[in-house]
Ligand binder design. Structure first.
Ligand code: CP
Length: 301
């Protein structure tokens, strides 16, 4: 993994995922370590973020490193018309690793091709969010004890949701069975279903979140992403498609867990937060350990 960029989850092998999860477990036992002392990492966020930016920055701080960057591109020279190319070329002179979120699909790949530094994609449009996937895998392994042969329900915006795209690709290495629950307008894109067919993995599609969720090991809820819609009427039609409530998860497996990359709008009723099957807030904590692991392995600390 040394000096490798993490742009798509498929940039890393199954063995590398497992190495990251093992390393994250070590950081969970001892999170403050001075491995990055005297070293500088850039966090360039061209799009809003709470968890990804702050957990990366917490991870860097816990490793003793320094952070430069911005969380609002209007405060950078992009506002004066500087190109992404020039921005990345310049920032590459100031740090050893770039963590970048950008609204344009393919932007992180582009950045990785124009810098000699490793780039971690912190989300590029509706495309990929690989560090989120690794923390999702960590959360699934921690709660289920095993990543293999799980029934995974993905619910909500499966068209624009970059987290479900990355997670599907990763879990396809572990023989998961998938259940896609979405409105017709927000179905899982064909390229991902095609990938599952090629791997001979089963998937079911439905508009309804019905009694089949009793088979779920993981329910992965997602937000309908207003910022990705070109048609506001389509957003209005789909935004309240699913609201998970306690009564809907009665009769589910004892060890079933509800994950959500967050932010939540209304797709999980707040009453579910106290349910022992809700795991989305613990999931955010796992993000710090996993991001410590990703940074330490890429920089070979
Ligand atoms: N899960 C996630 O990407 O959250 P943020 O948009 O707050 O970073």
């Amino acid at each position: 993994m040394k000096n490798k960029s993490l742009v798509s989850i498929t940039d890393f092998s199954k063995e590398e995922y497992l190495k990251i999860l093992d390393t994250a477990a070590e950081f969970e036992k001892k999170t403050y370590q001075d491995l990055l002392k005297g070293r500088v990492i850039s966090t360039l966020f061209f799009e809003p973020s709470t968890r990804t930016r702050l957990s990366f920055e917490s991870a860097i701080n816990r490793l003793g490193g320094k952070i430069i960057g911005f969380n609002d591109s209007s405060s950078s020279s992009l506002a004066k018309g500087e190109t992404l190319y020039d921005t990345i070329r310049v920032v590459s002179n100031y740090c050893e690793l770039i963590v970048m979120r950008h609204p344009m699909e393919g932007s992180a790949r582009y950045a990785s091709e124009i810098t000699h530094l490793p780039v971690i994609n912190a989300g590029d449009g509706a495309n990929q969010h690989p560090s989120q996937t690794l923390l999702d895998l960590y959360s699934i392994q921690k709660t289920q004890g095993d990543l293999n042969n799980l029934n995974v329900f993905m619910v909500g915006d499966l068209k624009y949701g970059r987290t479900v795209h990355s997670l599907l690709m990763a879990l396809s290495e572990f023989h998961a069975s998938f259940y896609f629950i979405s409105p017709d307008e927000l179905r899982m894109p064909e390229e991902y279903k095609s990938h599952l067919r090629n791997k001979k993995l089963s998937f079911h599609e439905s508009r309804e979140l019905d009694k089949s969720i009793r088979d779920a090991d993981i329910i992965y809820m997602t937000r309908v992403q207003k910022e990705r819609f070109s048609d506001p009427i389509e957003y209005e039609r789909t935004k309240n498609a699913y609201v998970l409530k306690n009564e809907m998860i009665e009769g589910t497996k004892a060890n079933m867990k509800i994950l959500h990359p967050l932010p939540r709008i209304n797709e999980i009723d707040v009453g579910v937060d106290q349910n022992p099957k809700a795991y989305y807030f613990q999931q955010t904590e796992n993000g710090v350990y996993v991001r410590q692991a990703i940074i330490s392995l890429i920089l070979d600390l």
